[in-house]
Design a protein around this ligand. Structure first.
Ligand code: FES
Length: 371
């Protein structure tokens, strides 16, 4: 049982500074401190961001919006970005990335989760995660931003690509954006149209907003468009060449948008974000890389051959370790950005939030590690 209310979590972060200093000097271990703090409240941590689920809302047949209230370690984010979410299932730490659909003035935030059939994370979040439970949040990433100077904006989303664009749209309208905005969302069938009631209400409230859906796997009705993205779908968008274009969705969809944009002369601004990561190079010839250790605030030039454990020790850091052979897992840390290579298999890992074993992982390019 918690010995203090969750509402104290935000204010308590400042009081933990002396403990952070002791951990930074190596006099205390962060994991030990976190164990003591969790006795006061399960959401209290020295540096880690824990968030309480404060609301759940179905926004499509296969998509759930979660409102989360983070503890005082949350450092904020920008609309259009996405964050890592961690959870423990059957003893395994799992991580997924979700876009922020809203950032509220009271410090709470919203993400939307689409069901991935056969997935290990989304079915649990959609069906079992209850209001009041805690999740761990990781780093925030993402470059999409609202083109404030544009004379008009065209938002093109497919599937869960609607989520970062909705976050940007909500913030822009709340800040008084008066430029013409068109949102076109591609889904397979009607039940997958997300946030329909809210988008229709916004369309009624803001005369500069036009929202349409396109169905790729079912017959379109009323004003819906039919089929995958193509230029004819944009015929009703006024002053198309003046518009900044933001697109988010699977790599294939985003690629089609890029092709259309280039074919149309590539005027104006184009921002894209695709879910599927690009193919990774298997080149392992010796090269210099930039190595960052976030919590130790160390950045150094390193190489792509030696293990992260060796290179961290060469910098004077003392990461926890045991076997140095990839067996005991005691050197496991979180990858924040970049690509690392497993020295045993040659496999490349690039997902932010991915746990990696420092003793058998080498940087494959510039990387940042949560150490
Ligand atoms: S030290 Fe044992 S897995 Fe790295």
């Amino acid at each position: 049982m918690a010995l203090m209310p969750f509402a104290w979590m935000r204010g308590l972060s400042l009081w933990l500074r002396p403990l952070r200093g002791l951990v930074a000097r190596g006099w205390l271990r962060e994991s030990d401190v976190d164990t003591w703090l969790a006795l006061l409240h399960p959401a209290l941590r020295l540096n880690r961001v824990m968030a309480r689920v404060v609301a759940r809302q179905w926004v499509a047949d296969d998509m759930l919006a979660l409102c989360l209230r983070p503890n005082g370690n949350w450092r904020g984010a920008q609309p259009g970005q996405h964050l890592q979410l961690y959870l423990q299932r059957n003893g395994v730490r799992l991580s997924r990335s979700y876009s922020l659909t809203a950032l509220h003035a009271d410090g709470s935030l919203e993400i939307a989760i689409k069901r991935q059939p056969g997935g290990r994370v989304s079915p649990y979040l959609l069906e079992q995660l209850a209001v009041g439970e805690l999740l761990e949040l990781g780093p925030v990433h993402g470059q999409l931003c609202w083109p404030a100077a544009a004379q008009g904006v065209l938002l093109l989303a497919a599937g869960s690509g609607i989520t970062p664009l909705l976050g940007l749209l909500r913030a822009a309208l709340a800040q008084g954006c008066s430029a013409p905005i068109s949102l076109l969302h591609y889904v397979r069938e009607q039940g997958q149209r997300a946030f329909v009631a809210e988008l229709q209400a916004l369309q009624g409230q803001y005369s500069n907003l036009q929202v349409r859906w396109a169905l790729t796997g079912a017959d379109a009705v009323d004003t819906e468009l039919q089929g995958r993205f193509r230029a004819e779908h944009l015929q009703a968008v006024a002053d198309l060449s003046q518009r900044a274009v933001l697109s988010c969705g699977p790599a294939g969809f985003v690629g089609q948008v890029q092709q259309w944009w280039q074919g149309a002369g590539g005027h104006g601004e184009l921002q894209v974000e695709a879910f599927t990561p690009p193919a990774l190079s298997a080149d392992i010839s010796l090269r210099s890389v930039r190595l960052g250790f976030a919590r130790s605030r160390q950045v150094a030039q390193a190489d792509n051959q030696r293990s992260l454990l060796e290179q961290a020790e060469a910098l004077g850091l003392k990461p926890a370790h045991g076997c140095r052979q990839g067996i005991c897992a005691s050197c496991t840390c979180t990858l924040l950005s970049g690509v690392v290579r497993d020295l045993r298999s040659g496999a490349l890992f690039s997902e932010p939030g991915q746990p990696i074993r420092l003793c058998v992982s080498a940087p494959h390019g510039d990387v940042e590690i949560d150490l």
